[in-house]
Design a protein around this ligand. Structure first.
Ligand SMILES: Cc1cc2nc3c(=O)[nH]c(=O)nc-3n(C[C@H](O)[C@H](O)[C@H](O)COP(=O)(O)OP(=O)(O)OC[C@H]3O[C@@H](n4cnc5c(N)ncnc54)[C@H](O)[C@@H]3O)c2cc1C
Length: 428
């Protein structure tokens, strides 16, 4: 049986980060990826902030295949006819690594895995790990069909459906309540059309999030990001709500594309890709055991995703957890100790940095975001207020508070709204 200093399962951001750090430290690392190539089966909305990636690959934007910098962020309430947006653009010059980057996974994962190979690791694609080798409660390697590969340190970076961590009892099967279903289309448009419609040029780009009719009021939202010569557009919806209502995510994306404000942005575009993927969204509540004898769990496999309704961050959490797992394995090799006691340093590392700190700070967010009023009543209310304020029927105007009370109608009291605002302040 071939033996390695470390085996990494999955060549997404978590797995590549772990493998890169260990290979750079001189370890003999094998990465096993089930996709035809790293990134082949992967998707995300597409924007991440740079500092963590910059720690891993200093100045990465000089060579990485990113599409655009995020120079404008917009958050919008949608009803079937209206759109009300908060549009943020700043001319403060940030260092490149502080900006958001818009990327496409097929290109970005491939680039990351090439960096891993250049650092000396073996990246073997098209090989799915079926099981772990466990002897006397200690993970000793992995099984791929009839083949076995041995290692004292196995890093699980196999994403949201981590069957391997389930098999060895580190986590339970997740409930649809803890998952969001994401569906995304990449819609091709000429570069100059994108720059004209979104009012951008050069490497500038726009990240847009939407709440309201794009999910027919179900918990979740829509997103749209500008790539160089395409836009990424999609919806993310709580899986249990889709199952309960029998609404198809594919129908939601069609509704979203047909909204008057969206339709004019993508007019004439051709859908080049369609993909769907789950996201673990219940934060600390669903976090599995992160380590055991000979094994560590990283990224989505460990549910390390932050969703606040305003941002969805998984990429940075995946990279940071991959790096922390790698540092723990390097230390374990130095001490020749791969017991769960030694590997518990992985969780300590995550607690000292933003990964577990942020999940703790926003630990109330998942529960707060289950409130249906966020997706139904408040987008309607905000848009109907705007309609009343920005139009005139020639009669004397009412003051804004009265307009608000009338718009609320019987759907909720002012107290309920005030209580939701206080809860939002605490959760977000
Ligand atoms: C619709 C959507 C939008 C998102 N938008 C954003 C965003 O804008 N910003 C952001 O930061 N995050 C976003 N995310 C979250 C982000 O994509 C994830 O948090 C991140 O990709 C997690 O990285 P990972 O390496 O842990 O897992 P993954 O990226 O899922 O990688 C896991 C890898 O393991 C491989 N694998 C799985 N099982 C096996 C096996 N048995 N053997 C071998 N290989 C295996 C897979 O093929 C895959 O390559 C989004 C997610 C979705 C679904």
């Amino acid at each position: 049986m071939e033996e390695f200093d470390a085996i990494v399962v999955g060549a997404g951001p978590a797995g590549c980060a772990a493998a890169y750090v260990m290979a750079k430290a001189g370890h003999n690392v094998l990465v096993l990826e089930r996709g035809k190539f790293p990134g082949a089966k992967n998707m995300w909305g597409g924007a991440f902030f740079g500092p963590v990636m910059n720690e891993l690959f200093p100045g990465f934007w000089e060579e990485a295949p990113f599409e655009r910098f995020v120079t404008r962020h917009a958050i919008s309430f949608l009803t079937e006819q209206d759109i009300l947006s908060i549009d943020y653009k700043s001319d403060v010059t940030e260092p490149a690594e502080k900006k958001g980057f818009i990327t496409l996974r097929a290109k970005f994962d491939k680039w990351m895995s090439q960096k891993v190979e250049q650092a000396g690791a073996i990246v073997a694609s098209g090989l799915a790990v079926d099981d772990l080798i466990v002897e006397g409660g200690v993970v000793k390697g992995v099984k791929v069909g009839d083949e076995q590969f041995a290692s004292n340190a196995v890093v699980l970076a196999d994403g949201v459906n981590s069957l391997l961590s389930e098999k060895i009892g580190l986590r339970k099967a997740y409930s649809p309540h803890d998952m969001k279903q994401g569906v995304k289309e990449i819609i091709r448009l000429p570069r100059e059309v994108i720059e004209d419609r979104f009012n951008i040029s050069g490497t500038a780009g726009v990240a847009m999030e939407f709440i309201g009719s794009c999910t027919r009021g179900l918990p979740g939202g829509g997103f749209m990001y500008t790539n160089l010569d395409s836009v990424s557009l999609g919806v993310v919806v709580q899986l249990s709500a889709l199952m309960d209502t029998q609404i198809k995510a594919s129908d939601l994306i069609e509704d979203f594309k047909n909204h008057p404000a969206i339709a004019q942005l993508i007019k004439g575009g051709q859908t080049a890709e369609y993909s769907a993927h789950l996201i673990p969204v219940s934060g600390l509540k669903m976090m599995p055991k992160l380590y055991d004898n000979g094994v560590l769990v990283t990224g989505d496999a460990a549910s390390l995703v932050l969703g606040t309704g305003l941002i969805l961050e998984g990429a940075n959490f995946a990279v940071a957890s991959g790096m922390a797992a790698a540092e723990t394995v390097i230390e374990a090799h130095r001490k020749e100790d791969f017991t769960r006691d030694e590997l518990s340093n992985y969780e300590k590392r995550l607690r000292e940095q933003f990964v577990l700190k942020d999940l703790q700070t926003f630990s109330r967010a998942p529960q707060f975001l289950e409130n249906e009023r966020i997706y139904q009543l408040y987008p309607e209310l905000a848009c109907s207020m705007a309609r009343k304020i920005f139009s005139s029927d020639g009669k004397p105007r009412e003051n804004t508070f009265k307009v608000l009370r009338k718009s609320l109608g019987k759907q909720a009291s002012m107290w309920k709204m005030a209580s939701d605002m206080i809860k939002a302040g605490r959760a977000l």
